[in-house]
Design a protein around this ligand. Sequence first.
Ligand SMILES: [Zn+2]
Length: 245
Amino acid sequence: MQHQKIKGLVIRETNFGEANRYITVLTEQGIKIEVLCKNARNSRLSAAIRIFCFSEFTLYQKNDKYTLNDAMLLHSFWGVTQNVEIYALSCYFAECVTALTESTEHQPQITKLILYALRAISEQKREQKLVKAAFELKIMAICGFAPDLSICGACLKPIEGQVYFSVREGVIIDESCKNRIGKGDFVALSSGTYQAMKYILSKEKIFAFTLGQDSLNQLSIICEQYMLYHLARGFASLDFYKTLF
Ligand SMILES: [Zn+2]
C-alpha cells in the first residue's frame, strides 16, 4: 500500500451504506480519481470531502484504488450551493469535467479552468451566461477541439469584414466564400461574438471581458452547440439547468 498526499477538487459524491461515501476528485494535476471515504458522515473530515471542496487528501493507494486517510479543507466553493441556478451550473461544469478527464492523462489546465469558473460564478461578478459560454469553448480547446478562427477555412486568407462560423465545421469563412459555397450551416457572427471567441481561445483569464446582450446571446448559443455537437452527447445537469429559466 502506498501513502500519498494529493490536492484536488471534489466533483462528485455518492453516499452508500451507513456512513460511507465515494468521492470523485479532480487533482491539481488534472487527473480524475475515485476515493473511498469510510465513516464520511460522522467524521471530522466531512467538511473537506463534500462536493466543490478543494482539499488536501491523504490517501492510501492500492493499484488504482484510493482510500481516504485524512483530509484538510483548503478552499470551499460551498457558496455555490446557496443559489439553485449557480449550484445547477456548477454541477454542469463538474459533469463536463468528469466526462473530459481520465485517471491517467494529466490535464492541469482543466483543473485551473473549473476552479476559475466556480470562483467566477460564486462571486457573481460575471454573468452566468458569459461564464458558461467561455467555460464550454475553453474546455473544448483544452481537449483539442479548438475551432480555427485565424483565417478563412475555404480560401485560407485573413478575413476582413463579415465573418461566418460553422459549429459543425469549426471554421470561419468570409463573405465571398460563403456566397460561392452556398448557405450551409454558416451563421454571421457579430463582431462582439467573434472577438469574444478569439479572446477566450487565446487568454487564461477567460471571463475578464464584457459583451453587449445580443452578442452574449449569440456567444452563448454557439458555445453550447459547439460543445454538444463535437462531444456528440448531452448532459443531464445541463438539461436541469435549462429548466430553471
Ligand atoms: Zn475565403
